[in-house]
Design a protein around this ligand. Sequence first.
Ligand code: ADP
Ligand code: ZN
Ligand code: MG
Length: 481
Amino acid sequence: MPDYESVIGLEVHAQLLTKSKMFCSCAASYGDLPGTNVCPVCLGHPGSLPVVNGSAVDMAGCLAAALNCRIHSKSLFARKNYFYPDLPKGYQVSQYESPLAEGGWLTIESGNANKRVGITRVHLEEDAGKSLHEGFRDSSDHTYIDFNRAGVPLIEIVSEPDLRLPEEAYLYLVRLKQILTYLGICSGKMEEGSLRCDVNVSLRPRGSVEMGEKVEIKNLNSFRNAEAALQFEIARQSSLLESGGEIKPETRLYDAEGRRTILMRTKEEADDYRYFPEPDLPPLVLSDEQIQTMCASVPELPHEKKSRYVEEWKLTEKEADILTDDHRLAVYFEQTAAACGDPRTACHWILTEVLSVLKESASGSENFAVGPSALGDLLRRLQEGTVSGKLAKDIFSRMIETGRDAGYFVETMGMVQISSEEELRPIVEKVVTGHPKEAEAFRNGKSKLFGYFVGCVMKETGGKANPKVATRLLHQELKGK
Ligand code: ADP
Ligand code: ZN
Ligand code: MG
């Protein structure tokens, strides 16, 4: 596509991990029996009054600070009016003209360069209920509605139209999710609907500053689908333009199976939400002190952790990237490093042994049997030389199987490295005298056979011989005679 440049902006909705809903005290938990977390406020009964959830405000403020936004000392709630069966009140309380925060950015690594993507605004709103079209005996002609989700706090994060390529949109989404999970304010599970995104895309002649008409695409249930939808849409728009057609502003849906977008509605059919200030809620006013607390509550972010690992702990960029990718892994690593006192060993073990186990297990890291202090304890024994690398791996797999700690295998089961020369020398002597032919061949220059002797010593000792000591003694023994 030589003549056109694509321009992309994203709108992301994230459910906040608060205990209760945005304007009432109903539980905001996911997966409860439908229709059990409801009250007059979230069901829109006349006469009920909303009260703002302070934790939701704190979480949104923390995110706004992490995204380098200006947090306003005064913002307003507004009613967005529309009719839909999952919306009991007939309107959604959102923030419209006066959002909580504006004017921030986040950084993505596009190609080899860092790119700043502007954040237009971050605002608070409430979720609607959920229509259940499937899974019931009478689903063929009935739809049920679960109001547990009605009123769950959401934050909307709107980006500037700063993205150019579908791949950049993907990277933006990955980074935003990473920040949300680092802050611990959103589970980031797209499959549970706790993170949702809409993408906007337009084309313009390359070199032009003016933006073309945009198309919004909804119904994207994964980041890769967002990327694929953009690719499809860019191709569709450019062939339309090339054949002399024109792009009309419209909303389209992504059809993941057909890998295409389908028209949902045109601008003429767009909803008119008749926004107006929410009369039942006062302006959201934050003191300077509250705003400062929000800014101070931002934890160490992935890129900050990464540079610390590289500078202080001398990990490679690649290692630090993998460890900081997932917040839980970063925490696991830091706790392991603290427990064993050596970040490099902890890093090495986690990237090889731990990750390979996690990749194979279906349950993932959530209930991984070996906690960071248990792994740290094993690694400390490895560094002290109580166990060899080989033994440590054996002990590690038995720790996973049994849930026991390293101490049990070392102290009770005697899985200890044998480093004492007195103990190892007779074994080495036995191995060498037991294989006279191989010893002869070795002495005549077949140096490859050395590994064979090391293997024999390991076999004799059940893998417990200290390889360094065994090597030294074997050399003496083989040379000496
Ligand atoms: P709307 O009024 O349709 O909601 P907004 O101006 O609020 O549009 O923008 C919504 C999203 O669309 C933002 O993420 C913004 O960056 C993006 N956007 C706006 N104009 C364009 C455009 N011409 N091309 C691509 N994205 C755009
Ligand atoms: Zn409620
Ligand atoms: Mg808008």
